[in-house]
Design a protein around this ligand. Structure first.
Ligand code: C2O
Ligand code: CU
Length: 457
């Protein structure tokens, strides 16, 4: 870490959730350059790429079942598109250039128009040259409110990011094609932010109950998160409620693109509580909760599960078609060869083209889908990680259930972390017609080979 000093920010950077207002017309979503203070006080502002002039971009909050309409206006120097991560969306609105739409050229626009079937914590981000565009700040929260929201005093979105800034100028380094990053853990940064600020402060009161919507928007960093002075439960993962809230004890991982909704009580006896990133060389405070007095009323006990979303029934796994996706390559397990289109290339040739990884022998999105599924069919996919690095595998347009080691069905997710040398199985009902990406959400890995797709028809 280059930026390790603790600084007290003068302004709180809370993204507090306000009541849902009726959406007036088509508010434009302007992607353009802006400046903001990302590094600690004393450093210059950073030029970022953002939606609506802030990172995270403009919060989009709608009711479950509502229609979202946004006109993307591209005022960036690069073509772009927007992907609505975790939304079980109409395929034409999924925002994948070359698969579901054309890129939006600089000066161009695209009208996104879709319905959000599930309540929960989602996000949107650029999906063209994502490795660079997300690193520059093109992401924002998409919050879908439950018809009956849980009883909390504050509902806060906390978007975590990991920036790589030049330590003198505080500008984003443009080494996006760095072969070492691509072939190793990805673009790991040197400053951690919450809602685009270093060590922001949120005002709370003792005994208040908070809903914290954590989103990992970083390129490649797997956070190991812990709480200090807050106590509670995980109530949703990747937007979807867990059947039984999980009592928090000790740290928990949050891989790139994953979300966790927590309901926590402010239990500290001190002046601050905090969200902490646990690292090899100690713990690092990501955000502070400054206690200003006591909340009236007694500290509540227990929490109930969030209302469930209209997800499909998985049914009997015996009836599932089984598929294997092998994750290959990267440093220490270099590819011997893999395919680009019809051609089998050696690992050396691939490396020269900036390809270091492969999924089932393909070092880029293949011509034919990994899986051709009938609408409504049930699939068991086993991710076999033969590499020396963890990967966060994400499916578009669907959530799936983890299959636990004992064969039981685990939580619904849209992104699963597969540790090095590990195998993870998921159960998928392919019920959303269209062409859907399946890729590693370490964005440098996706750019350098870990990209595939499946078709539902
Ligand atoms: Cu959040 Cu294809 O990505
Ligand atoms: Cu990866």
């Amino acid at each position: 870490m280059l930026f390790t000093r603790r600084h007290i920010l003068k302004t709180a950077a809370a993204v507090a959730i306000l009541p849902v207002a009726a959406e007036a017309g088509y508010p434009p979503l302007k992607a353009r350059l802006s400046r903001q203070r990302v590094a600690p006080d004393g450093f210059p502002d950073t030029t970022v790429w953002s939606y609506g002039d802030t990172v995270p971009g403009t919060i989009i909050k709608v009711d479950q079942g509502a229609r979202v309409q946004r006109k993307l206006v591209n005022d960036l120097p690069q073509p772009t598109s927007v992907h609505w991560h975790g939304i079980r969306i109409d395929n034409a609105m999924d925002g994948v250039p070359g698969l579901t739409q054309d890129v939006v050229e600089p000066g161009g626009t695209f009208d996104y128009d879709f319905v959000v079937p599930d309540a929960g914590t989602y996000w949107y981000h650029a999906h063209n040259q994502s490795m660079e565009q997300v690193a520059r700040g093109l992401y924002g929260p998409l919050i879908v409110a439950e018809a009956t929201a849980p009883d909390v005093d504050q509902d806060l979105v906390l978007m975590l990011d990991d920036w790589r800034l030049n330590p003198e100028t505080a500008q984003i380094t443009d080494d996006f094609d760095n072969g070492h990053d691509l072939s190793h853990a990805g673009r790991i940064g040197n400053i951690l932010t919450v809602n685009g600020s270093f060590d922001p402060a949120f005002a709370v009161r003792r005994n208040e109950r908070l809903r914290l919507r954590l989103v990992n928007a970083s390129n490649a960093r797997i956070f190991d998160l812990d709480l200090d002075g807050l106590s509670g439960w995980i109530v949703a993962l990747d937007g979807m409620p867990v059947e039984t809230p999980l009592r928090l004890s000790g740290s928990f991982p949050l891989a790139p693109a994953q979300r966790a909704d927590l309901i926590v009580d402010v239990v500290t006896e001190g002046e601050t509580a905090s969200l902490v990133s646990v690292e090899r060389d100690g713990s690092f405070g990501l955000a502070r909760f400054e206690v200003g007095g006591n909340a009236a009323g007694a500290h509540r006990h227990g929490v109930s599960a969030l209302p469930s979303n209209p997800l499909p029934e998985i049914g009997n796994l015996q009836n599932a078609r089984t598929h294997r996706m092998v994750l290959q390559g990267g440093a220490m397990r270099w590819l011997e060869s893999a395919r680009l289109g019809d051609t089998e290339l050696s690992g050396r040739e691939l490396a020269q083209l900036g390809k270091f990884w492969a999924l089932n022998g393909y070092a880029e999105r293949p011509e034919d889908p990994f899986l051709d599924a009938a609408v409504g069919s049930l699939h068991r996919i086993e991710f076999v990680n033969e590499t020396a690095f963890p990967h966060a595998m994400h499916l578009h347009g669907h959530h799936f259930r983890l299959i636990m080691d004992d064969g039981s069905l685990g939580p619904w997710r849209d992104t699963v972390l597969v540790g090095r040398g590990q195998a993870r199985q998921i159960a998928l009902i392919a019920d959303n017609p269209g062409n859907w990406l399946l890729h590693c959400h370490m964005l440098g890995h996706a750019a350098s080979g870990m990209m595939s797709w499946f078709r539902v028809s």
